[in-house]
Design a protein. Structure first.
Length: 117
């Protein structure tokens, strides 16, 4: 494998492929980058896929515990809570992520903005 590639890193995070994920992060891929085609953070996306170990790797490499993922309109804490990854939610809270506000009815993020237009 050569240098880091964001799309491959994102896919590895969502699939729980920790070796590939670590490779790309070590090569300098930004864990908080939001690709214009994806509009999702790797941290929120992997949490929604229930990949808690991948979330830990992203956090170990500097992923923001508070960055909202535009597509989903969720913070990492909200995503971890949604899929019941209590250990990751606890870690995020220990890193300074606030307790999420009560959810609005309907979809948030890009989908919510689309339906309210």
């Amino acid at each position: 494998m050569s240098g880091g590639d964001w799309k491959d890193m994102f896919g590895a995070a969502c699939a729980g492929d920790l070796d590939t994920l670590r490779h790309h992060l070590a090569a300098g891929v930004d864990p908080d980058y939001v690709h214009p085609e994806y509009q999702s953070t790797a941290l929120v996306a992997c949490l929604l896929e229930r990949q808690g170990a991948a979330a830990d790797v992203l956090l170990d490499h500097g992923a923001s515990p508070v960055l909202v993922s535009p597509l989903e309109g969720q913070t990492p804490v909200e995503a971890a809570r949604q899929v019941r990854l209590a250990a990751v939610e606890q870690r995020l809270r220990a890193m300074g992520a606030p307790d999420p506000a009560p959810a609005e009815s309907g979809r948030g993020g890009w989908f919510g903005r689309l339906s309210r237009s």
